[in-house]
Design a protein around this ligand. Structure first.
Ligand code: BGC
Length: 263
């Protein structure tokens, strides 16, 4: 049986993924067999202020661009998400706290919607298709961007909503010391910033003793500029592999998993 999206099985071939970020709302149908975008992604600029209503309009625009109807959609959100409800809003409009994103979006799109934390989504994709594939034990995926997102896995199993970017480092929240936004805002050199990232990783290592750190976010493309500067961490440290599309792929995977559970 075909699923109407060019593949076989209920949702085996393509599910839609959307990544809500600080600068853009990006989405595309995802080829779940390969962990890749099945079509070129569509991006609209994130509205400012990024209120729930304005962002929902953006997500709907991205999904409608593809004529997507009825089939599951997965969406990332840069905050804690439980049962489709967004519970924190560190770097987005505070109106998000307590918003039932899954129901509101599902109502507008007329399809099942699954929502998860943005770093969790990126991590899920890296574990399935990228830098953490097949790694046993504890893996910590960090997204370094406007904030710092975290996804913690043991033997490939996600512990959701870990929020390790808000751990205290030198009397500040870690993401206020070591995010890439801070690097830009404070005009830090690569070596200065790498020292902060090292300190943060050492702190996480003291708490979790992971086998592997995967560093994601846009800066992972420039890993050669700072990874060699990070010494004194026992765990292996590697750049993320799916880079910009990890969130979209992970969102689609979560939606497919939810559809499988429901069916
Ligand atoms: C949020 C996290 C998010 C991270 C990256 C943090 O400020 O609290 O939920 O994953 O930023 O967007």
């Amino acid at each position: 049986m075909t699923d109407g999206q060019g593949g076989t099985g209920a949702f085996a071939a393509k599910v839609f993924g959307v990544d809500i970020g600080g600068s853009g709302i990006k989405g595309a149908p995802v080829d779940l067999g390969r962990g890749e975008l099945a079509e070129e992604r569509r991006k609209v600029l994130t509205p400012h202020p990024a209120t729930p209503d304005a962002v929902l309009d953006g997500v709907v625009e991205v999904v409608r661009h593809f004529d997507w109807s009825g089939l599951p959609v997965g969406v990332t959100f840069p905050g804690v998400v439980r049962n489709g409800v967004t519970l924190t809003a560190a770097n987005v409009d505070k109106g998000w706290i307590g918003t039932d994103l899954a129901s509101r979006l599902g109502g507008r799109l007329g399809c099942p919607v699954t929502v998860l934390n943005d770093a969790d989504a990126a991590g899920v994709a890296e574990v399935a298709f990228g830098a953490a594939r097949g790694v046993k034990g504890t893996v910590i995926v960090l997204t370094l961007g406007t904030g710092i997102g975290s996804a913690v896995f043991t033997d490939g199993q996600l512990v959701p909503n870990t929020e390790l970017g808000h751990l205290e480092l030198d009397g500040h929240e870690a993401e206020k010391r070591a995010s890439t936004k801070v690097k830009e805002d404070e005009d830090l050199s690569w070596s200065h910033w790498a020292r902060r990232v090292r300190k943060y990783l050492q702190h996480l290592e003291m708490l979790f003793s992971p086998e592997l750190f995967v560093l994601g976010g846009g800066v992972s493309r420039k890993a050669h500029k700072f990874l060699p500067l990070i010494e004194g961490v026992r765990a292996e440290i590697v750049p993320a592999r799916l880079q910009n599309n990890a969130g979209i792929v992970g969102a689609a995977m979560a939606a497919a998993a939810a559809a499988g559970d429901a069916g």
